[in-house]
Design a protein around this ligand. Sequence first.
Ligand SMILES: Nc1nc2c(ncn2[C@@H]2O[C@H](COP(=O)(O)OP(=O)(O)OP(=O)(O)O)[C@@H](O)[C@H]2O)c(=O)[nH]1
Ligand SMILES: [Mg+2]
Length: 244
Amino acid sequence: MVRIAVFLPTYNERDNISLIIEEVFKNLSLTHYDLHVIVIDDSSPDGTGYLVMEIAEVNDHVHLLSRVGKQGLGSAYVDGFKWSLSNLSPDIFIQMDADFSHSPHYLSNFVGGILDGYDVIIGSRYVKGGGATSWSLHRKIISRGANLLVRLLFRIKEKDATSGFRALSKKAVNYLLKFDLSSKGYSYQIESLLLFSKLGLPIKEIPIIFFGRKKGKAKLSILEILRFAFLLIRLRFIKFNKLK
Ligand SMILES: Nc1nc2c(ncn2[C@@H]2O[C@H](COP(=O)(O)OP(=O)(O)OP(=O)(O)O)[C@@H](O)[C@H]2O)c(=O)[nH]1
Ligand SMILES: [Mg+2]
């Protein structure tokens, strides 16, 4: 049976976490897959971690990785992948937000893409059939702007480089963990995609409708956006320049 690990990084997702875990199991049935959910929680002050601990006590396919203090989305995935390779050795790795922006209905499409032989499947808002709903103009501009900047700087063909809804093969994850990532936060999505693209791994974008957060507070700050822009420039002219 194919072993799938779904990674849910959380910071203050008390209102979403139990339901999203339930929905993941509904959409990728345990009768077809050996499915595991790994929540990487950064000691959320709202007690998300305690809720997950309770679920993990009664469901041995749910795992909690607790970290001290908010350490960023990218580093949460990296720590989750490392933990899973030592403890579960999954065949397919799925990254997903815990706030229902990424609909669990798409999960089987991601799995199908990796089973078809792709190493990276990206849930894309900017291919035919994709899109975003309940997003403020402000968020739309940030997302479009970030993608435009990435395409201008790096000339990659993927249309949604910032999407965090992805599936990765074990090969892709092993490459990622060997690479010295500069990104700890949201820009992890771009840096990892640049790496996969440079390595020539087969990448496919599949359409998703992205849902703006329903519950909980938005966390993408101006500081994160500025940090992101500087990082892109550094990656383009220093780090990935050397990899050419
Ligand atoms: N473990 C961990 N998870 C994080 C961190 N930052 C964000 N997350 C989680 O990563 C996922 C994506 O973060 P969001 O805050 O939803 O980011 P976003 O979708 O760009 O922004 P909004 O939904 O508009 O707030 C969510 O499940 C968050 O709870 C972090 O520092 N550590
Ligand atoms: Mg979100």
